[in-house]
Design a protein. Structure first.
Length: 302
C-alpha cells in the first residue's frame, strides 16, 4: 500500500529531499487532522506525488511545509491549510477502502478484515465528506473486476481502463486541469497496475487470484522464471507506458510553481528504478521493514 511512485533518494539534493519529506509528512498530518490518527496508516508514496503535483500547479498552492522531527511528530498540527491536500487525504482513504474490499473479494484474510475495522470510522467520515469520490472509486473497481472476470490478458489495457475510471476524482480535486494532466495521472495509474501485477505473480498464483500475466499462461514456475523468460516483452510494455508518463509530465512541468526538482527525480529516476526492481525481481513493493529503512534514510541527513 506504500507505492511505487517514489524518489531515488540518493540522487536527490538536500533541499529536494527536505521538500519531499515535508510533503510526505504533511500528507500524513492531513489524514490525522481530518480523519484521526489511525487513518495515517493509509499514507502512501503514490498519493504524496499526486499532492505535490496538484499543489504545485495550483495558484493557491503552498510551497513551504514545515517539517517536524521525532517519532511522534504526527501528533503535531498541520502546517498547510490547503483544500487540495484535505481532499486528497479523503480520496486516499476511499481508495484504501476499495483496495481492502477488493482484497477481501479476491482472497479474504484476517489482515484485510482487521485493517477495514481499524479504518472504519475514518472511512465512514470520508464517505460523508466526499461521496462523489467514493462513487468514482467504486465504479473504477467494478470496472476492474469485470475486466478481470472476463479474462483480459493485456495488463496495459486493464491498467489504463482502471486508471481512467479513477481520474474524474483527481480532476475534481485539482484547481487546474488540462489534457496533459489527465494523461499523466492515467499513465501513472497504468504503470502502477502493471508493476503491481508483476510484483504479485507468486502471491496471485499461490492464492488462485486473477493476474493478467497469468491469464493464458500454461506453465508457471515462479515469478523469477516468468520475468526472465518474458523480460523483453515486460520491459517493452513498461517502457511504452513510461514514455507516456514522462512526456505528459514534461508538458505540465512548466505550469508547476515549485518542487520541480522533487518531481523530476521521481519521474525520471524514482519510477524507472521501481520498474527496474520489479523486472529484476528485487524487493520493490515496500514492506514494513523497507518502509522503516526509507523513513530512516529520509531523517538521517537532518
Amino acid at each position: 500500500m506504500f507505492g511505487y511512485v517514489i524518489p531515488l533518494y540518493n540522487a536527490m539534493s538536500a533541499s529536494d529531499l527536505n521538500a519531499y519529506r515535508s510533503c510526505y509528512c504533511e500528507s500524513c498530518h492531513q489524514l490525522r487532522k481530518n480523519f484521526g490518527i489511525v487513518s495515517t496508516a493509509a499514507v502512501n508514496y503514490d498519493m504524496t506525488f499526486n499532492s505535490i503535483i496538484l499543489n504545485a500547479m495550483s495558484d493557491n498552492g503552498i510551497k513551504d511545509q514545515n517539517m517536524r522531527n521525532g517519532m511522534i511528530c504526527i501528533l503535531g498540527k498541520c502546517t498547510s491549510d490547503s483544500e487540495i491536500l484535505k481532499k486528497i487525504a479523503g480520496y486516499t482513504l476511499l481508495l484504501t477502502k476499495w483496495e481492502l474490499e477488493d482484497d477481501r473479494n479476491d482472497n479474504p484474510s484476517l489482515r484485510s478484515n482487521l485493517a477495514s475495522v481499524a479504518l472504519g470510522r475514518a472511512i465512514r467520515k470520508a464517505e460523508r465528506m466526499y461521496p462523489e469520490y467514493d462513487e468514482h472509486v467504486r465504479k473504477g473497481f467494478e470496472t476492474l473486476r469485470r475486466m478481470e472476470e472476463s479474462g483480459y490478458s493485456d495488463p496495459v489495457t486493464i491498467g489504463r481502463t482502471f486508471a481512467s475510471s479513477l481520474v474524474p476524482a483527481m480532476k475534481d480535486i485539482a484547481d487546474i486541469w488540462n489534457d496533459s494532466t489527465e494523461r499523466l495521472f492515467t499513465s501513472l495509474g497504468t504503470m502502477i497496475y502493471i508493476m503491481d501485477a508483476a510484483d504479485d505473480l507468486d502471491e496471485d498464483h499461490m492464492n488462485g487470484t486473477f493476474n493478467p500475466f497469468l491469464a493464458g499462461c500454461d506453465e508457471f514456475a515462479g515469478k523469477d522464471s516468468f520475468l526472465r523468460k518474458n523480460v523483453y516483452a515486460v520491459t517493452d510494455m513498461i517502457g511504452t507506458v513510461m514514455k507516456d508518463v514522462q512526456s505528459s509530465y514534461f508538458e505540465i512541468r512548466g505550469s508547476m510553481r515549485f518542487h520541480k526538482g522533487v518531481t523530476d527525480n521521481i519521474i525520471y529516476r524514482g519510477i524507472p528504478d521501481s520498474a527496474r526492481r520489479v523486472i529484476s525481481c528485487e524487493c520493490s513493493k515496500p514492506n514494513l521493514s523497507s518502509m522503516m529503512s526509507s523513513r530512516v534514510l529520509r531523517r538521517e541527513r537532518y
